[in-house]
Design a protein around this ligand. Structure first.
Ligand SMILES: Cc1cc2nc3c(=O)[nH]c(=O)nc-3n(C[C@H](O)[C@H](O)[C@H](O)COP(=O)(O)OP(=O)(O)OC[C@H]3O[C@@H](n4cnc5c(N)ncnc54)[C@H](O)[C@@H]3O)c2cc1C
Length: 343
């Protein structure tokens, strides 16, 4: 145990992984890539803390996370459902003992809860919703976050010995395998298993409404770009999304035109999505946009220009006027639905 403790003391930066069944969420890889970048600059090592309540294969994870910069993986044993409190409390207990410089957690619902319990356990403030991580002149950690409706950015710099608890927005950093060949060391399962949380019970998981769901988690997306032409035409994107129970996304031009909000922008300065189906309408396929849709399983592109780069990525290309195609599609779907109802 003493050896494990000594090993863990070397990991100055911690990243809390979030799982989804047998996989880790994309936000974990993104955060790990960014924290590993900082760690390399500071001469630190990164430890990933992983709740093992899911169906995660630990050996496989050690191989996978190493190339993204994890030096070690510490499995945490939670009781599964509603694990955020147990995980947060376990991390706080561990951090009290080992004093890492910072614990980084992706800003998701689960991540925010874990971070709150961790910060509460450590008796420290939570630096939530950060959008930029960096280093100050003395290699101290710095974090920025936006406030007042994204009109002001505040930069924090670590001072003193206190472990920082930081949540970081997803969709901002590129996932990169910067450490080819590196395999993370699998540490012994953390024995300080926190008790089952009795104050909160999960009664039911309710499927998110695609209209309001975070586009990162959307299974289906209808995405509009400048080629949609007008705000009125853009309403067809929303209508198509409604018919398909899909979420709406957009390019930066669509956002600049006020057709979608920033949270629905896909790409370098927007979000990275991984839907089963994405219908891209009037989008040229600029690299800054397409880098956010690399994980899309099936891409349908509707663009009048047959040479538009988006067609090269598409599984199905439609060289047509997008508003016209969508209007016809919506009408067809509505007629089919009416016919089904009358049978
Ligand atoms: C640092 C940086 C970061 C950036 N980050 C992002 C980002 O996160 N996300 C992002 O999206 N962009 C980003 N951009 C901008 C990006 O480079 C492109 O300018 C943008 O993606 C283009 O948007 P678009 O496809 O809607 O428009 P355009 O490139 O103008 O394409 C419009 C397309 O619509 C087609 N079209 C026209 N009429 C029709 C019609 N009636 N029916 C069908 N198709 C039609 C045209 O053939 C054309 O291909 C970034 C740029 C920079 C420099």
């Amino acid at each position: 145990m003493e050896r494990v403790r000594k090993e863990m003391e070397q990991q100055r930066l911690w990243v809390v992984a979030e799982s989804q069944g047998e996989e880790l969420k994309e936000s974990t890889y993104e955060l790990l890539t960014e924290v590993a970048r900082l760690a390399a600059q500071r001469g630190n090592k990164v430890m990933v803390l992983l709740d093992t309540a899911g169906d995660i294969a630990l050996e496989k994870m050690a191989e996978e996370l190493g190339v993204y910069g994890a030096e070690a993986i510490l499995p945490l044993a939670s009781a599964g459902q509603n694990s955020s409190r147990q995980v947060g409390e376990a991390i706080a207990a561990l951090a009290k003992e080992l004093h890492p410089d910072a614990v980084f957690i992706a800003e998701t619902i689960w991540g925010h809860e874990v971070a709150s319990w961790t910060a509460a356990g450590l008796g420290t403030a939570l630096l939530a919703d950060c959008v930029e991580l960096g280093l100050g002149v003395n290699q101290e950690l710095t974090m920025s976050r936006h406030v007042y409706g994204d009109t002001v950015a505040i930069k924090f710099a670590a001072a003193g010995e206190q472990t920082l608890v930081v949540t970081v927005q997803s969709g901002l950093f590129n996932v990169k395998k910067s450490f080819p060949g590196q395999k993370a060391r699998l540490l012994e399962r953390h024995p300080a298993r926190a008790g089952v949380c009795e104050s909160v019970k999960v009664l039911e998981f309710i499927k998110a409404d695609p209209k309001t769901v975070d586009i990162i988690d959307a299974e289906r997306l209808v995405v509009g770009g400048k080629g949609m032409g007008t705000a009125e035409n853009y309403a067809l994107i929303r209508e198509t999304a409604e018919v398909l129970s899909a979420a709406v996304g957009g390019t930066r031009v669509a956002r600049d035109n006020g057709w979608v909000s920033l949270v629905r922008q896909i790409g370098q300065t927007g979000k990275t999505v991984a839907p089963e189906l994405l219908i891209s309408c009037g989008v040229s396929g600029a690299i800054q946009h397409t880098m956010g849709l690399k994980e899309t399983k099936c891409l349908v592109a509707i663009n009048t220009d047959k040479h538009a780069p988006i067609h090269k990525l598409a599984d199905l290309s439609i060289v047509e006027d997008a508003p016209k195609v969508l209007a016809e599609f919506i009408a067809k779907m509505k007629t089919t639905a009416e016919r089904r109802q009358s049978v």
